[in-house]
Ligand binder design. Sequence first.
Ligand SMILES: C[S@@+](CC[C@H](N)C(=O)[O-])C[C@H]1O[C@@H](n2cnc3c(N)ncnc32)[C@H](O)[C@@H]1O
Length: 579
Amino acid sequence: MQRLVGGFGRLRSFRLPSYIAYYHIPPPRLIHLDYRSLSVNDKMAESPKAGQVHALPQAELELPSMKKPRLAGKNVPKSERKRAKKRAKKTDLPEPCSTEDVLWRDVIAVLGQDVVDKALEDGSEFDSPFEFHQEVELEVSAICSSGEAIARSLDDLRPWTVIVPFALPREKVRARIYRNARLHSFADLLETLSYETQLDLKRDVVVKAYKNFSSVSPFFYQGYPANPRDEDLSDDAVPQILSTIGSPLEYGYRTKLTPHFEAPPKSARKAQPSDTEGKPDWLKIGFNRIGTSRTMDIEECPIATPVINNAYRPARENIIKNIFTYKRGVSLLYRDSLEHSSDASPREADTSVDALTSSLEKHVCITDQKAIVREKVGDKIFEYVAGSFFQNNNSVLVPLTNYVRDAIFPQTSITTDSDASPPTHLVDAYCGAGLFAITLSPHFQTVAGIELSQDSIKAATRNAELNNIPSDKITFRAGDAAAIFETVGEFPPDKTALLIDPPRKGCDDNFIQQLLAFRCKTVVYVSCNVHTQARDVGKILKATENEEAGRKYILESVRGFDLFPQTAHVESVAVLRLV
Ligand SMILES: C[S@@+](CC[C@H](N)C(=O)[O-])C[C@H]1O[C@@H](n2cnc3c(N)ncnc32)[C@H](O)[C@@H]1O
């Protein structure tokens, strides 16, 4: 059983599930060792200075190996001899290749051979700057061969390292020292301080995606060894990837959860125990372990909203109690929703202004796939069928939609013609329940959205009504995204912004061809899969790169948005402009 506790805590005493713990517990594939830096340790063995520190007198070294070295004269009292023995043991460098030696070499790699040699020479290698149970703040330098993190102490006067579990390079952590050793201390992790580190790591994912999939000449990326190919884009086609925008909520943000469980196996049915025995070991209610189809038991999910966790806990108890009534496995659904009229029974309904205002903000948990979920994004209301698509982190939707608005109407832009009049028309391809079309509608004269799911199109049309947007201003149609270009034939391309937010597989070639034929002024590409986004953006750039007569698309900016803190997932927004 994994006990999940949200927020910061003593991570040592429990484990987050692997699906959310990507940035908290380094799984083996995240451990990168810089063997070049470790190789400086090889010099250690040859170093005469290092040898001198723990060397016994020459005569003793030459004793037969079975004979213990003589530490002092016969007349020295036993207690003194014991102390000397202890001292000698403490100052001995670790046995080559022992666990201690492997760690010691990580210490040297972080501090540098010169610093270590100096400490050994002046005998300060055990003078820890830290006391037992002292709390310290650290920035992780590397991962040790043991999988723990190693950080260099920030005190430059006394070079020191601290070994701490469950942290990653560049993360800032708070830790409590529990043991001091030679030039390093061991500490328990108290807190991972930096959400910024996650955002940096996610920026790296965007950088790599554009490097690997946009077909930009590899020479653009310094140190990349390949030669440019004919099909590569020119080396300045991709601008510097901007920093990732964080989610206002780092935990408790996820508005949808779909845990599952299997029905009892035959063997368990045969020996059906009484329900007083609690949860049987074979029963796991939760999510798949990363990369497997085995379920990990989850009691509580730190990234889910409180209303979802509050509903999940008793439901879980109920499933455990009644597990033998299930003949098949079940996938559950939990959706965080604002309470709306159909949730309250008529008897309970209070129509006073105060009651209506507070009910607008009251959250309930919906578990029926077909029920209607309600959310607010800024001053707009959205309703959709619980089983259909809607973004799962409400806290980041205002920053995200504002960012898209500002990209379409830039205050100053090096790439837009300042005399050009702003766009008046918006096309929302892959529009879902109308999130972008509706939130951005106040800034446009005409808006058109398209989406494959009939349920979502019904929801988008209803959402336009709910938000009092006239039907002659905004229209939604069900269909393949490429079909939108038939509908918007009347839209002036130079005054049209196209928003693309496709599923993970990205856009198909037909859509890209029609986009290229339409040639609208601005394209904002929002994506939940930055790799297919990089591929599609590369195709658009490449298609217009060498056009002599016509104008070409340039990639003005790319940046990640963190819709899913504590996971490896990153959303990406690319802005293309026709110049
Ligand atoms: C990532 S969601 C974005 C939805 C919406 N923009 C939002 O933010 O709520 C992608 C949407 O594309 C729809 N979709 C998938 N394939 C499509 C296609 N070929 N043409 C149009 N829509 C499609 C899905 O049903 C889904 O609603």
